[in-house]
Design a protein around this ligand. Structure first.
Ligand code: HEC
Ligand code: HEC
Length: 277
């Protein structure tokens, strides 16, 4: 017992020394972000379910997480994986590594799985996602591995189409613009979601797996806060125009953000537009 009490005390002294060192000695980017999505429920599986919706896992892998056929003429055969089957074959550590690294434990790279967005997920958020995946009943079989048609082969030869693992090597440590410590949580959320289409520098674009043209996200700075909340919850933008993919992603995913998360994201994007127009 004494040994235990001693080691607890010793380690808490050590921890506070480390915290002090962290506060003045380590550059902010090197530290794990002590930020994570709001836990609306103490139940880890419920928290994971909300994250799976907001982060798009359920959109791409299907509500039941059993995978969807994305095959398209000219592009080849591509299924989003059946996570209910895949997870059963992995330990938690392996599953986490596949999600963060964009490759399987045997080194096979994934394609069109946006692992580059998930490299910086907080441990608590990752654990909740894994708990949620494991809570889904096993359904069906694993899907066949991807094959590449002429369009993708040409893009691979040009270097404009590459695996998720390569994207993690290139972007796994990148962050959207820094707008100061008060915006860390929003920057964390934007990195894990909006950057998928508006790119890590938030400048938007027209190439890559998302074919629709995406604007520079700084356009959000011109929104009134009520209009921005309505855009994220309903997909209807200022001026009542009809949006395409953004409308879908807002209704399907961002309607699950809390009011506070939406306000934080808006404040961050306004700060980015000011600092880095
Ligand atoms: C834009 C669509 C998209 C999103 C969003 C997405 N995935 Fe995927 N994911 C894929 C595709 C496509 C594959 C299959 C890649 C392949 O077979 O090469 C895949 C593969 C995987 C695998 C590998 C399964 C195996 O057999 O080893 C895991 C695990 C996974 N995704 C988990 C997640 C989780 C968790 C999230 C959310 C945090 C997520 N995915 C979000 C498209 C997506
Ligand atoms: C799946 C891709 C995708 C994701 C993820 C995404 N966007 Fe978009 N966004 C688009 C596209 C595409 C457009 C252009 C309009 C359209 O075609 O729907 C757009 C347009 C916008 C606009 C301009 C709306 C207008 O007034 O015309 C804003 C603001 C915006 N996005 C903010 C965000 C924010 C904030 C996030 C993250 C919370 C986000 N987007 C995530 C694809 C995406």
């Amino acid at each position: 017992m004494r040994g235990l009490a001693f080691s607890v005390r010793a380690s808490s002294v050590l921890a506070s020394t480390l915290a002090l060192l962290g506060a003045c000695g380590t550059p902010a980017e090197k530290r794990d972000p002590p930020v994570a999505f709001a836990k609306l429920s103490p139940d880890r599986v419920k928290h994971g379910e909300r994250l799976a919706i907001v982060l798009g896992c359920s959109g791409c892998h299907g509500k039941d997480l059993a995978g969807q056929d994305w095959s398209e003429d000219g592009y080849g055969r591509l299924w989003t994986a059946n996570l209910t089957v895949a997870a059963a074959g992995y330990s938690d550590a392996q599953l986490e590594s596949v999600i963060r690294s964009g490759k399987k434990p045997d080194g096979t790279p994934l394609w069109d799985m946006p692992s580059n967005l998930f490299t910086q997920l907080a441990d608590a958020d990752m654990a909740a996602l894994i708990a949620y995946i494991r809570s889904r009943p096993a359904k069906g079989a694993a899907h066949p591995p991807p094959t590449f048609g002429p369009i993708l082969k040409a893009e691979m030869a040009k270097g404009t189409y590459y695996s998720s693992a390569v994207k993690v090597e290139r972007e796994g440590k990148a962050w959207p613009p820094d707008a100061g410590p008060q915006h860390r949580l929003a920057r964390y959320m934007v990195r894990a979601t909006c950057a998928e289409c508006h790119e890590m520098n938030l400048r938007g674009g027209k190439s890559g797996p998302v074919k629709a043209e995406r604007p520079d996200i700084r356009i959000a700075a011109s929104y009134e806060s009520g209009d921005f909340a309505r855009l994220l919850r309903t997909g209807v933008p200022a001026g009542e125009r009809k949006l395409g993919l953004m409308g879908e992603v807002a209704r399907g995913r961002y309607s699950h953000f809390t009011d506070a998360e939406i306000a934080a994201i808006h404040a961050y994007l306004k700060a980015v537009a000011e600092r880095d127009p």
